[in-house]
Structure formats: C-alpha cells, structure tokens
Ligand binder design. Structure first.
Ligand SMILES: C[S@@+](CC[C@H](N)C(=O)[O-])C[C@H]1O[C@@H](n2cnc3c(N)ncnc32)[C@H](O)[C@@H]1O
Length: 190
C-alpha cells in the first residue's frame, strides 16, 4: 500500500475530519488520568493527537507518510495547539524515549495480517513497561485491503499473550462505522 501516494492525491477515505468519537468519550470520562506522554502511530492528519493535547497530554503523532505529517503540522498550527509530528515507520523503528501511552485508531487494520506479530512487538517497544495501550480497532471482514480483515477473536489472540486487558467496549463511532469498532485498554504483562 502506497500511503504517501494516497495523501498526495488526497484520497484518504478513512479521514473523517474529526477525532475518533470513542477517544473523545474516553478522555471526557477518564478526566482523572494524569497527563503523560502519548505516541499515536499511523496518526494521519493528526485529529486524535490534537484531542489528546486538548486534554493536556504530551502527544506525538508518527506516520510513514511525509505528506500526512506535513498536513498534521499544518492543522496543528491552524488549531493553535502544541504537538509533535514525525515521520517514522512504527514497525521498524525504536523511539529515543518510550511513551506512557500508545494510542491507535484504524491502524491495526491497515497492517497486513502477516505483519501483525511485528505490530504487537512494536507496541511493546514504543511503550514504557507498565504503560497504557489504548486502541480503537476497526473490525471488518472484507478482504483485499487495506483495511485488511480483523475481528475481536484475532485481536484477543494476538495481544493477550503479552498484555493484560483492562477493559474492552464498543465505542460511539462515526455514523458509517457504528458497531464496527472495538475499543480496548491494555497494559503490558510484567
Ligand atoms: C487507515 S489510516 C488511519 C489514519 C488515522 N489513524 C485515522 O484514523 O484517521 C492508516 C495510517 O497509518 C499510516 N501507516 C501505515 N503504515 C505505517 C507504518 N509502518 N508506520 C507508521 N505509519 C504507518 C498510513 O500512512 C496512514 O496514515
């Protein structure tokens, strides 16, 4: 998948122009969380990063597409918020400092199934021991992706050997994704 080409052609149907409704609700409900550092891999144009910042977290968005990162920086300046955006391959790179949180939205499903064990290892590599991994997974069956198929059983099978599940729930979603998303809040096993 040539993500950079999609952003250059502005062919990004996943970008709904606003943060994940599930994330918005989570941050409103969990207003007692101590703001820490957040890594948002596959951040796209940065809507979710800006939402974390709105709640006083120190969020950094990473994307493999330089055009996405430039777009995210432009939107950040327009919104007059302070966040960091960097070009990075989440599956291949190691951060200079690990994060209190890793948050992902419509990213797991963008990863080819044969790369998903690497994805699980990458979350562990970018997250501090004892940190929090929060995900808004997009569940769907159609093949030919991305998005590639993923379902709740696969997600539980891949993550439970390495993570303890704190909570899972069906979030509020964009209108065309109602009941097609799953949120899960994990912490790495000691
Ligand atoms: C389906 S889009 C979701 C974007 C954003 N999270 C959203 O929901 O609007 C997947 C994103 O992951 C990025 N991406 C794909 N592979 C990546 C990788 N290995 N490392 C970092 N970003 C990657 C793509 O460029 C794209 O922005």
């Amino acid at each position: 998948m040539d993500w950079e080409d999609c952003y250059q052609k502005n062919e990004c149907p996943w970008d709904k122009g606003s943060p994940s409704p599930g994330l918005v609700d989570f941050l409103e409900a969990e207003c007692g969380l101590v703001p820490g550092t957040v890594c948002v891999p596959g951040c796209g144009s940065g809507h979710d990063v800006r939402e974390w910042v709105r709640h006083k977290f120190h969020a950094t968005g990473f994307d493999i597409s330089p055009t996405a990162v430039e777009l995210a920086k432009t939107k950040m300046a327009e919104a007059n918020v302070e966040a960091d955006f960097q070009v990075a391959d989440f599956l291949a790179e190691t951060p200079s400092a690990r994060f209190d949180w890793v948050f992902e939205h419509t990213f797991f499903c963008a990863i080819q199934p044969e790369q998903r064990d690497r994805y699980v290892e990458s979350v562990l590599r970018w997250l501090k021991p004892g940190g929090d991994y929060l995900a808004v997974y997009y569940l769907l069956q159609e093949d030919g992706g991305p998005p590639f198929p993923s379902d709740q059983d696969e997600i539980m099978e891949r993550f439970t050997p390495k993570f303890n599940l704190k909570r899972e729930w069906v979030p509020r979603s964009y209108p065309n994704r109602t009941n097609l998303e799953l949120m899960a809040w994990w912490t790495p096993k000691p």
